[in-house]
Design a binder for this molecule. Structure first.
Ligand SMILES: *Cc1c(COP(=O)(O)O)cnc(C)c1O
Length: 435
């Protein structure tokens, strides 16, 4: 075998190529695909401000030997035509930056992964399949919209979105239901965990999976993780060039996909310093860091709803990278931020810095404030801004006391008509809806 191969995080599945892992989503033993080893950094990117150039350099090793190898530049050009600037916060006396991941079509970072996955799958699909690929997506808010946007108008795929009723913001719901065509939006009377369980059950059900060609676009798919590494690579190289120091990142976390991408980028040797996870009141990960016990639990609803995850699936990838609790604690830490503190941070940082945070980004901003003053002074810190505050206007506007300007691409989506089906949280209901 030449090139890079991918294994299941549970170790019970055959090694596969990158394109096989992208097509399959989940490994047959229920694990998540991870590279046999992280590739070495090749030639440096020719332009560190252009994600398309950075992707060519940073991801080449993952594509090495795969049938998609020669397509990487074209996939990067089509999918990563989005800017992700790392902007300074001049009002802060310490070196503080914001990695703005909300300039894509649905104004959250999930656009990067979803578009890259769509472009990859487009090149991998069989020439004349008997039926379209059914992409099942459980979403706590932003994934569904990003995947729908990425796969909309690609007739070889159908996107089936499951989202929890009453647990996403109004504007998020509009983004989940505005598509029609090849997008089926299902509003489930349950939580995000119910949605995720239904998707997993559908994949495992032999009758259903024989009938429909299932594919996953959740952050378990490695085709979504890889492009998320690209903005960490670009951002860290930019800050390191400006300051001669390694920037540290605070990442709002839910299913841990974005965190995993940052950890892989750092493990490859790109100049990321510390990585801290900011969770909301779903404390599974922060509690694991303090107790060493992994105790998944039902999710609780919070203001940072896209992070309402009680059993983060990418934990398996983190455990593959750091097999012991001690190793994980050495390389990573995690904090929890409750809703009252999220509100106070949105208000406080708008007054002090003039910056508008979405509730997810506010968890990172709060974790930054908890650092010791010396830690803030000594090295550059980057808050990862995962969504545009305009998506959460009902929460943010009353706190900052002014309307938030809506980016035009988001405004266009919000104007479209809504289409959705209501569903109880059962596999039978999902099976019926798929017909
Ligand atoms: C999905 C999401 C998160 C959590 O990201 P994970 O990769 O699941 O950890 C954080 N913020 C926003 C706005 C999101 O949409």
């Amino acid at each position: 075998m030449s090139g890079l191969y991918f294994a299941s995080s549970r170790g019970g599945a055959p090694l596969v190529s990158l394109s096989h892992a992208i097509t399959q989503g989940l490994a047959p033993d229920g694990g998540l695909y991870v590279p046999m080893q992280l590739p070495h950094i090749g030639a440096p990117p020719s332009d560190i401000s252009d994600l398309r150039q950075v992707a060519r350099a940073a991801l080449a090793g993952f594509f090495d030997g795969d049938v998609l190898q020669d397509s990487l530049p074209a996939i990067a050009d089509a999918a990563l035509d989005i800017c992700a600037p790392t902007t300074a916060v001049p009002a802060c006396p310490d070196p503080l930056f914001v990695l703005e991941l909300y300039h894509g079509p649905t104004a959250a970072f999930k656009d990067f992964g979803a578009r890259f996955l769509a472009e990859s799958q487009q090149r991998l699909r069989p020439a004349s399949p008997a039926q379209p690929l059914n992409i099942l997506v459980a979403t706590s808010g932003d994934t569904g919209g990003a995947v729908a946007a990425a796969f909309n108008a690609r007739p070889w795929a159908r996107v089936v979105i499951l989202y929890p009723k009453g647990l996403v913001s109004e504007r998020q719901e509009r983004q989940l239901t505005c598509w029609g065509d090849n997008v089926l939006s299902l509003r489930v009377a349950g939580t995000f965990d119910d949605c995720q369980r239904m998707v997993k059950e559908a994949f495992r059900d032999p009758t259903l999976s024989r009938k429909h060609r299932f594919s996953s676009a959740n952050s378990i798919n490695i085709g979504r993780l890889l492009p998320q590494m690209v903005y960490y690579v670009a951002s860290s190289l930019q800050i390191a060039a400006r300051t001669s120091l390694k920037p540290s990142y605070i990442i709002p976390a839910g299913n841990l996909g974005n965190a995993c991408a940052a950890l892989w980028a750092r493990a490859m040797g790109f100049p990321l310093g510390r990585i801290i996870l900011a969770h909301n009141s779903n404390r599974t990960v922060p509690d694991f860091f303090s107790t060493g016990r992994w105790q998944p639990r039902p999710s609780v609803a919070t203001l940072a709803s896209a992070m309402d995850v009680g059993n983060p699936s990418n934990m398996e990838r983190l455990q593959w990278q750091f097999p012991t609790w001690e190793a994980m604690r050495e390389h990573l830490s995690a904090e929890s931020v409750d809703d009252a503190t999220i509100r106070a941070r949105i208000k406080g940082d708008f007054m002090q810095y003039g910056r508008e945070w979405c509730p997810h980004t506010a968890t990172a901003a709060e974790v930054y404030r908890r650092l010791l003053p010396a830690q803030r002074r000594m090295q550059p810190w980057v808050l990862v801004a995962t969504a545009h505050p305009a998506k959460f206007n009902e929460i943010v506007e009353p706190l900052i006391g002014k309307p938030i300007e809506v980016p035009e691409s988001l405004a266009a989506l919000l104007r479209s008509a809504q289409r959705r089906l209501d569903l109880p949280p059962t596999l039978e209901a999902l099976a019926a809806a798929l017909e």
